[in-house]
Design a protein around this ligand. Structure first.
Ligand SMILES: Nc1ncnc2c1ncn2[C@@H]1O[C@H](COP(=O)(O)OP(=O)(O)OP(=O)(O)O)[C@@H](O)[C@H]1O
Ligand SMILES: [Mg+2]
Length: 112
């Protein structure tokens, strides 16, 4: 299993959620976060305004999926989250050791 962590522009959340549902992703967690990329100290557009602060609002998605879902999930996020401008975000993929559905005690792929 893999844990896909994606940092996206907040206004893209609905598009990304729809795109992920379309490729069969059943669950995800989001967190409102702040961050910066390589333009640290430079301006980036947010809701039409130029921010000169280092930290910009982003949304973090965490998606636990089977190994065979990783490519389609990445493709779905990339296509739906892009504007072509700086700050579109990033995707990190990590190995996920275990998953457990609390109600049924199912574990592994069956718990996703
Ligand atoms: N190396 C990193 N580690 C952790 N979080 C990161 C890293 N790079 C970017 N992020 C997160 O992703 C968000 C978006 O990053 P961003 O898309 O600006 O990356 P970038 O490398 O500057 O690319 P671009 O040139 O397209 O802007 C940041 O605000 C931050 O929350
Ligand atoms: Mg950037």
């Amino acid at each position: 299993m893999k844990l896909v962590t994606a940092i996206i522009k907040p206004f893209k959340l609905d598009d990304v959620r729809t795109a992920l549902a379309d490729v069969g992703i059943q669950g995800l967690t989001i967190t409102e976060v702040k961050g910066f990329g390589r333009q640290k100290g430079h301006t980036e557009l947010y809701r039409g305004a130029e921010y000169v602060v280092d930290f910009l609002p982003k949304v973090k998605l965490e998606i636990a999926i089977r190994d065979d879902q990783v490519d389609s999930a990445i493709e779905a996020i990339c296509q739906s989250a892009t504007t072509g401008k700086i700050g579109d975000g990033k995707i990190f993929v990590s190995h996920l050791e275990q998953a457990i559905r609390i109600r049924t005690a199912e574990s592994g792929d069956s718990a996703l």
